[in-house]
Write a protein that binds this ligand. Structure first.
Ligand code: HEM
Length: 448
């Protein structure tokens, strides 16, 4: 065991705890919403824990009682959990101490696996900086703004497709459709392939949920696929598809992201075939369901706050600021992992070289030291320096501008067409302690 060890069992018996949050707009209490904070002694190492919701109460307690805490894992090495905003930021900003090179998810990988599956996410500066420079130019705010009209057209199409339907699974019919169409447009891929790409992306990133893959990482033996992205044979299909797409761009360069990836890096080197394949998988996985689940969870927050839904429909200009609150609130990628490259101290704990350190973004985003009244959804929250995409870190989400724009444009197009919306059944959540996902969001919508 590492450091001054304290395991989850040392916190005593389970208690249930939830906090009522009052919806405040313009200072008035308009309606009361329950924010389910869940179990305050939940086991955050288990995917099953998150099926019933994010255990915010557990993160609150950890942040208060032991902000840097040690967790044992079944069949694995265990990890340090960072739950305080300032510690998450500190770890993010010191890649020389908290390295990404040994993996960024909880899964332990040996050297061969890490090498085979490496993308820019599993790199540290300076190698990361070179790679990132090559791909970042197509994701800058300016580059992404050039796609706004195209994205708006796609958003309008998706809204048109559901408009008039009274019962809508919002995740399925809106949030799932849009991001792949948007990403497909950026990658210049044929629209007929989008559905296939979405199912393959899901199988990769939701590899802990049996609804999305037959190769559930902690339930079946996936050792045969250990050298593949996300430890899944589905990656072979995606890499093969990506290879063909890159080949086509070599023959006929276009203005798309894939063509940009074929250009030389500042040092004259090109990305290898393996790097291109892994990066293609990363884009399809990371560019799809993160945005989908942000859209679904944001819609849920608006349905819970009908006055806010109407206000944003009337004043869509407010969405620019509100989108950042949606991102903080939803915190879809709940954590990313680092590995200590040297002995160090954080939050009074001795962390040893080689220890896994997990940055719980979802906990940092609700740290009252940084976000006053964190369980209040404040559409006007400013400043709102959430860590949903990382913050001032070398690994800041490459798709951040794109994801922000997708959310803004979707709600700009959708909300003015909704008269009212209510829940038409229970929401269902992804089995994952990595991605906070609402798989099904049944809504009854009265359309304008
Ligand atoms: C709301 C949606 C999204 C969320 C919450 C999200 C979250 C994140 C986070 C937290 C990181 C940092 C990982 C780390 O620190 O190790 C990251 C990195 C990344 N994201 Fe996103 N992401 C979203 C959308 C997208 C989209 C739309 C794309 C691409 C089209 C994308 C592509 C990437 C890539 C390539 C990286 C790696 C960057 C690097 O390591 O330098 N993401 N994302």
């Amino acid at each position: 065991m590492a450091g001054t060890v304290t395991g989850p069992s040392s916190f005593g018996p389970k208690r249930l705890h939830s906090l009522p949050a009052v919806e405040k707009q313009g200072g008035d209490a308009m309606s009361v919403t329950e924010v389910e904070l869940g179990d305050d002694h939940a086991d955050i190492t288990r995917h099953d824990t998150f099926v019933t919701g994010v255990p915010y109460a557990t993160f609150d307690r950890l942040r208060r009682e032991e902000p840097v805490s040690w967790w044992d894992e079944d069949g694995s090495r265990g990890f340090w959990a960072l739950t305080r905003y300032r510690d998450v930021i500190a770890a993010e900003r010191q890649p020389e101490v908290f390295s990404s090179a040994k993996g960024i998810r909880l899964e332990d990988m040996d050297e061969e696996e890490t090498e085979a599956r490496r993308t820019l996410m599993e790199m540290d500066p300076p190698g990361h900086t070179r790679y990132r420079r090559l791909v970042s130019r197509v994701f800058t705010r300016k580059a992404v703004l050039a796609y706004e009209d195209a994205i708006r057209t796609l958003a309008r199409q998706v809204v048109d497709e559901v408009h008039g339907t009274p019962l809508v699974d919002f995740t399925d019919l809106v949030a799932r459709r849009l991001p792949m169409r948007m990403l497909g447009r950026l990658l210049d891929l044929p629209p007929d392939d989008y559905d296939w790409l979405v199912t393959r992306g899901d199988a990769l990133i939701a590899n802990s949920d049996p609804d999305f893959t037959d190769y559930v990482v902690d339930q079946v033996d996936t050792s045969a696929y250990r050298l593949l992205p996300f430890r899944s044979p589905v990656a072979v299909e995606l890499i093969g598809y990506g290879r063909e797409a890159f080949e086509a761009r070599r023959r006929h360069p276009s203005e798309d992201v894939l063509t940009a990836l074929l250009a030389p890096m500042p040092n004259g080197e090109h990305l290898s075939e393996a790097e291109l394949g892994n990066f293609f998988c990363l884009l399809v996985a990371a560019g799809n369901d993160t945005t989908r689940y942000s859209m679904a969870a944001s819609m849920k927050a608006l349905v819970e706050r009908p006055a806010l839904l109407s206000a944003l429909a009337e004043e869509p200009g407010r969405l620019d600021v509100a989108v950042d609150e949606m991102l903080r609130w939803t915190s879809v990628t709940m954590h990313f992992r680092r590995t200590a490259a040297q002995d160090t101290e954080l939050g009074g704990k001795q962390i040893r070289a080689g220890d896994k350190v997990v940055l719980w973004f979802v906990a940092a985003n609700y740290d009252p030291e940084q976000f006053p009244d964190p369980y209040h959804f404040d559409a006007e929250r400013r400043p709102n320096d959430h860590v949903t995409f990382g913050l001032k870190t070398p690994h800041l989400c490459l798709g951040a501008h794109l994801a922000r724009m997708e959310l803004r444009v979707l709600f700009e197009e959708l909300l003015p067409r909704i008269d009212s919306a209510a829940f038409a059944g229970p929401t269902e959540r992804l089995r994952s302690n990595f991605i906070a996902g609402i798989k099904h969001l049944p809504l009854e919508i009265s359309w304008k």
